[in-house]
Ligand binder design. Structure first.
Ligand code: FBP
Length: 700
């Protein structure tokens, strides 16, 4: 070993070991780049053909029929492998093509493999095929910003997370001008096909592009991407065509890995409640999967809260021959009460710690907040449509925005026809904390979506939880249970009789493993009074130190740590499931293009089974569209799939709620999913949600 005193910095930096460990390229990266996802069986043949099937039915929306006349009759296309085809088909399959691909919306792990699959298939069919990546999302199409993909570029990003290779953006091609510019770009690049990798809004955009560019002979193919897991497609008979968008598994596993570590930490130093907000703009699919992966103590599922009915309240009203409409749907206050109940019950058995998962989009399902979101969406959209400056540019500060709302409320008082924002709305809005007001007034994205990820939902909820816990503590109803053997040992070692003091101190002395200090004893003063009353001490005596120690331990303090899991999981390197799924999606995209499809979304059927049973298909996009309110207007969009509270996955989580809350003596039931492992085979093969829901799938 050389004496390190003799090494200068240059020598150190040039040392092979130093170079090796500081290189950007590490062993894990090399493993990932080298991995070749196995293709579905159909892709092992030199050709693929498309077979249209009538087996799947859709209910067509009138407006979609009107606006998308040339692609509304598209059917589901099955992709079949062929060893040989006639000359005309072979020429069509192998003809030289220019293909463009764009990422749209938030990143999702696996996107690079969609590119890799498409690139490999295109080059295999004809090495002269060219694939162009549009830079920074749909803006790249509008502004003709592209890069031609090469072997080197594609190889660098195989099986890696993010959309780093060509970046992404959220611009929507939603005006005649943007459509015109997009068409010009496609013509300049002589594109045969354009592939849009995106979520519900981006695939909606893909359908409009398909309709618009049909006359130019440019095919448009969508790919179902989003960590939120809210692109799930079934036909009207319930047949599953796309069980899950790509990226969901990885993001959920990444969140679950970190949250599971919090479970371990929290149950070790037993002093914190960890409040974990997890992404998923509206739907709670990610929260549900995290619950299944980790068995945290409490998981809120937005869709379940929307479904909530307060039966006690209903019954009370029924007795008075009334209907209490407030009994339907959850309020923030009520939700905080439910959380507090769990916290109090765990504390009673000595567990003043735990982990709660809150879905990012939970507010969407809380009636009172939903009303604000909708009203403010409309107010902002209306303002933007009628003014030169947009709402946020006109009213930069919160005070300015509030002042504008105040003026609207005043207008409502003067003009009875104006109902958008009345005095009651204004008063209620002014009652909420400023940070939450700012959150609700945040700028909407180009699709008119509310930016849930920017709102500190967990802080709002936590504020209410803290307030209510303080009340419960004052009422003596929030206590930490004391292990009976610990109590006895503590008193005996101080020479005191546990039984004499036990009856005076606890409500359940003698019949419980965890002892609860009486509700009336909430301070040293009330403790002193209780002991005097039972004749255990006399006025002026010191409270025995052992008793004071037990009392102190019984008084809870609610300490929290807040976490947000979102962007980190979105950028994770894909799980093996997502690597294989997305590579095959890329291969499917090429098959759809080579067989002349447009207005179709690439998908893989049977994701809940082994790869040997996966079936690449094309799903027609136009029949998935329906009318929804966007930016205060009805617009055609693909319906977001939210958590079905009748699904097996949700029912299983619901059935385990009590067990995972673990408000009984004994261990918690945390599950350790571990980190995402690219090598080894101990990671589950697909999302647990998918696995569970498949139990009830139609066996077509
Ligand atoms: P996509 O629907 O575009 O895939 O994005 C999903 C998502 O990650 C949501 O979970 C989250 O609410 C949102 O993007 C965050 O958006 P942004 O990246 O603009 O902050």
């Amino acid at each position: 070993m050389p004496d390190n005193k003799t090494l200068n910095l240059e020598d150190i930096l040039n040392h092979p070991q130093v170079k090796k460990v500081t290189d950007d390229v590490n062993a894990e990266l090399l493993e990932r780049r080298k991995y070749l996802p196995p293709p579905c069986e159909v892709f092992s043949h030199p050709y693929t053909v498309m077979e249209e099937t009538d087996r799947y039915r859709f209910e067509l929306d009138r407006e979609a029929e009107k606006q998308l006349p040339d692609i509304i009759s598209n059917r589901v296309q099955l992709i079949k492998g062929q060893d040989s085809v006639d000359d005309a088909a072979a020429r069509q399959f192998g003809k030289t093509r220019n293909i463009g691909i764009v990422f749209s919306g938030g990143p999702a792990p696996g996107g690079h493999n969609v590119i890799a699959g498409l690139y490999d298939a295109a080059k295999k069919a004809n090495p002269a095929n060219r694939v162009f990546g549009f830079l920074v999302g749909p803006d790249g199409i509008i502004e003709n910003e592209t890069v031609e993909l090469s072997d080197d570029m594609v190889d660098r990003y195989r099986n890696l997370g993010g959309f780093t290779m060509i970046k992404t953006g959220r611009t929507k091609i939603d005006t005649r001008e943007k459509m015109k510019l997009s068409r010009e770009t496609c013509r300049k690049l002589k594109l045969d096909a354009l592939v849009v990798v995106g979520g519900d809004d981006s695939n909606t955009n893909a359908a409009f592009l398909a309709q618009e560019l049909l006359a130019d002979g440019i095919q448009i193919i969508g790919v179902p991407k989003t960590i939120d897991g809210d692109i799930q497609v079934r036909d009207v008979d319930g047949n599953v065509l796309c069980a899950m968008s790509f990226g969901f598994h990885t993001a959920a596993r990444a969140f679950a890995g970190s949250i599971s570590n919090l479970c371990t930490d929290s149950s070790s130093d037993i002093k914190y409640w960890h409040i974990c907000k997890v992404m998923g703009r509206v739907a709670s699919h990610l929260a549900l999967e995290v619950a299944l992966q980790t068995h945290v103590n409490m998981t809120l599922i937005g869709e379940d809260l929307a479904d909530y009915v307060d039966h006690d309240r209903l019954q009370k009203a029924q007795k008075d021959k009334n209907i209490d409409y407030h009994a339907y749907g959850m309020t923030l206050r009520h939700l905080s009460r439910i959380i507090c109940e769990g916290i109090v019950r765990r504390a009673a058995v000595g567990k003043n710690y735990g982990v709660i998962v809150i879905p990012e989009g939970v507010l969407e399902f809380i009636n009172e907040i939903q009303v604000f979101i909708l009203k403010l969406n409309t107010i902002i959209a209306d303002y933007n449509q009628t003014h030169d400056f947009d709402f946020h540019a006109s009213f930069m500060r919160l005070e300015d925005k509030l002042e504008y709302l105040r003026r609207l409320a005043q207008r409502a008082r003067e003009d009875t026809g104006f109902k958008l924002w009345n005095t009651r709305d204004d008063d209620l809005f002014n009652d909420i904390p400023a940070f939450f007001q700012e959150g609700l007034l945040m700028e909407r994205d180009s699709h008119g979506n509310f930016p849930f990820s920017q709102v500190e939902t967990e802080k709002v909820l936590l504020g209410l939880v803290q307030d209510y816990l303080s009340i419960l503590k004052e009422e003596g109803l929030y206590k930490v249970g004391i292990r009976k053997d610990y109590y006895s040992k503590t008193l005996e070692s101080a020479g005191l009789d546990p039984d004499r003091f036990g009856a005076a101190l606890f409500i359940n002395y003698g019949d419980s493993e965890f002892l609860l200090v009486k509700p009336g004893i909430i301070s040293v003063k009330t403790l002193d009074q209780a002991l005097q009353k039972e004749g255990l001490i006399t006025a002026g005596d010191q409270i025995p130190a052992a008793v004071a120690k037990i009392f102190k331990k019984s008084m809870p303090s609610f300490k929290t740590q807040i976490h947000f899991y979102g962007y980190d999981g979105r950028g994770n390197d894909p799980t093996r499931f997502d690597c294989n799924y997305t590579y095959n999606l890329g291969l499917t995209v090429f098959s759809l293009i080579a067989n002349g499809a447009t207005g179709q979304m690439a998908a893989i059927k049977n994701l809940d089974k082994d790869l040997a049973s996966w079936e690449p298909i094309g799903i027609p996009i136009a029949p998935l569209m329906h009318l929804e309110e966007r930016k205060s207007k009805l617009a055609l969009v693909i319906e977001k799939s939210i958590v079905d509270v009748d699904s097996i996955a949700f029912q299983v989580v619901k059935a385990h709620r009590e067990k995972w809350l673990a408000a009984v003596p004994g261990d918690d039931h945390y599950r350790r999913p571990g980190p995402i492992r690219f090598t080894g085979n101990s990671e589950e093969e697909r999302p647990i949600t998918l696995e569970l829901n498949a139990v009830g799938n139609l066996g077509d």
